[in-house]
Ligand binder design. Structure first.
Ligand SMILES: [Fe+2]
Ligand SMILES: [Fe+2]
Length: 203
């Protein structure tokens, strides 16, 4: 199914598809908004292939980067207001827009479905336990057709073949990249790696 033909029927969000798309458009640059539409479509395709609720996958894909362009102060305030782990303050937008940003999705887009919220929450850092829906949003963000990086074709092929292999591949690549570039590694990323990569069958 094409994302522009989507009619929400599951009551996961109190808006029509057009209204929710409008909220994303208003919150993001055109560049990032277009990325969100491609992630929406990719998530729908992966959901169809894997027997997952297509509407939930579409919503998770569309809203996953909703908080990406919020000022740092919004995240810092939320970390304090919600008494989240103060360790989070040592990181930045790349981590916050998912692991904190899901709260903005919940409060401002009125999405209460925990599967969708967790898919947003873990879309960058992953989690040791990820439902198929969470795996789909994690992978759709990584392989949407606008992505262009060494290994993306391999990632697309593996994900199409086996969603969990795709998760292992992305997790391994991400940790390898962070280490190779002397970047800090958010502890959750290491937990995700330990859970998904050593037990996988990937090279
Ligand atoms: Fe993101
Ligand atoms: Fe994204």
């Amino acid at each position: 199914m094409k994302n522009d033909q989507l009619i929400y029927q599951g009551h996961f969000v109190p808006y029509t598809h057009d209204e929710l798309v409008g909220k994303l458009r208003a919150a993001l640059s055109d560049h990032r908004f277009q990325h969100c539409l491609r992630v929406e479509q990719t998530a729908m395709d992966l959901a169809e292939q894997n027997g997952v609720d297509v509407e939930k996958a579409a919503i998770g894909g569309l809203v996953h980067d909703y908080a990406k362009q919020r000022p740092d102060d919004d995240f810092i305030q939320a970390i304090k207001d919600y008494q989240l782990d103060p360790e989070l303050l040592n990181y930045g937008n790349a981590i916050w827009h998912g692991v904190v940003g899901w709260l903005f999705v919940k409060n401002e887009l009125q999405i209460t479905d925990i599967d969708i919220l967790n898919a947003v929450r873990y879309h960058t850092v992953g989690h040791q336990y990820m439902t198929p829906l969470e795996q789909i949003v994690y992978m759709a963000d990584y392989i949407e057709p606008g992505r262009d990086f060494p290994g993306v074709d391999e990632a697309r092929k593996m994900t199409k073949n086996n969603l969990q292999d795709g998760v292992a591949y992305q997790t391994k690549q991400t940790l390898g990249y962070l280490v190779a570039h002397n970047k800090p590694v958010f502890p959750q990323t290491i937990m995700t790696y330990n859970s998904w990569v050593p037990s996988s069958g990937i090279d």
